[in-house]
Design a protein around this ligand. Sequence first.
Ligand code: GLY
Ligand code: MN
Ligand code: MN
Length: 495
Amino acid sequence: MSDERTPETPETEATEAAEENEPIKTRKNGLYPAVSDELADNMKSGWADTELHGLAPLPQAAHTADRRAALSARFPGERLVVPAGHLKTRANDTEYAFRAASEYAYLTGDQTQDGVLVLEPKADGNGHDATVYLLPRSDRENGEFWLDGQGELWVGRRHSLAEAEQVLGIPAQDVRGLAAALKEATGPVRAVRGYDAGIEAALTDKVTAERDEELRVYLSEARLVKDAFEIAELQKACDITARGFEDVVKVLDKAEATSERYIEGTFFLRARVEGNDIGYGSICAAGPHATTLHWVRNDGAVRAGELLLLDAGVETNDLYTADVTRTLPINGTFSPLQRKIYDAVYAAQEAGIAAVKPGADFRDFHDAAQRVLAEHLVAWGLLGDLTVEKVLELGLQRRWTLHGTGHMLGMDVHDCAAARTETYVNGTLEPGMCLTVEPGLYFQADDLTVPEEYRGIGVRIEDDILVTEDGNRNLSDKLPRSSGEVEAWIAGLKG
Ligand code: GLY
Ligand code: MN
Ligand code: MN
């Protein structure tokens, strides 16, 4: 934001004044003349009534109501506080793009910064009343709308509280009195922590870490099984992601002329045009960077003859993300050694995907994929004369397999992260769960235990797999996986 576009009053002062509903007409930064009484009066009036009526509810409103009902049943008689979070400073007066907390968006469908959902236990002990607390329209009387950097004139129109009620299907109230009200309120309360320091400060004497953690765990475990809306969103995320991967293949020559950043930017364009964002930092890892699991610097060279490991996912406008990896020969054809390693990872992924079905242990697909990778590593002579069983027992294959074979996927790329071990890692797969299957082999450039020609090769193949009633469905199958299919796909796109 340049000086010319600095609001005439610092935000903090304006926000505080808005809370007190006092006029804002002073300035502190010295760049602009003070606002005259005449100008302040002038700006108060002459604005049309733009209230919107008859707004349609969000498509997922019925689902969010079901989710709130389940939450209510789990914590009867307790006040539950779930914040969306605030803008985060990037530098000085610039902020990162706002992304609502997943717990809040899951329960409301709303993505507004500063929002807070409160489930208030009903007096008769029978369930809860939900209220979403939001900033109302900007105040024209006190000048907030044009003098505060977060006023609507600066950042765009917000829904009025009445409009928000129609869209979300939840009663809405002004959030600015909420912290004080929560501080005064009595009775048991739990809050989701980590998003709203003001709300947490107001509740500090009323909550315990242990009880709040139970709420966080519940909201993680509730998301293990996806409903129909969520499954459709994940499919959408995978479909857009597939188009983003196609975009990248079409510009590989431009990436060769520049750097991995061209790949990152190309995928990001698709994510922003068709979705909300990328669901996590894109890993655009060419050549030996493919052996760095989370290579997001993306500032390296892209060279013909090497592999590109692209791990990227589009987040939809309703905040569900894909998480897909393809490893591509930059010149369109795998070398014999690249193909040998790729085909081993593909075989491991096939075994892993086959192990995803209802009733299977969550760990099964990991074990299946690890076994196939160990078999190949042993067959290639990289583990001396150890048997596959011994290698697996000692975990020695992990020098080159490095990470778990997959994780739950949803609103967070590593979804359901607070779920208990017994319900997730030691749990059983059920229809509606969605997880990644993403084996890999990584030979570091400085790994002296493998033949020189292996060094600097990294391969991962990652797909998003939905558990169905009778097995599974690959949501990301619009992208090719086998080495032959990948080559044909690149040839088709590059023309
Ligand atoms: N993209 C991060 C992961 O695959 O888990
Ligand atoms: Mn990934
Ligand atoms: Mn993943």
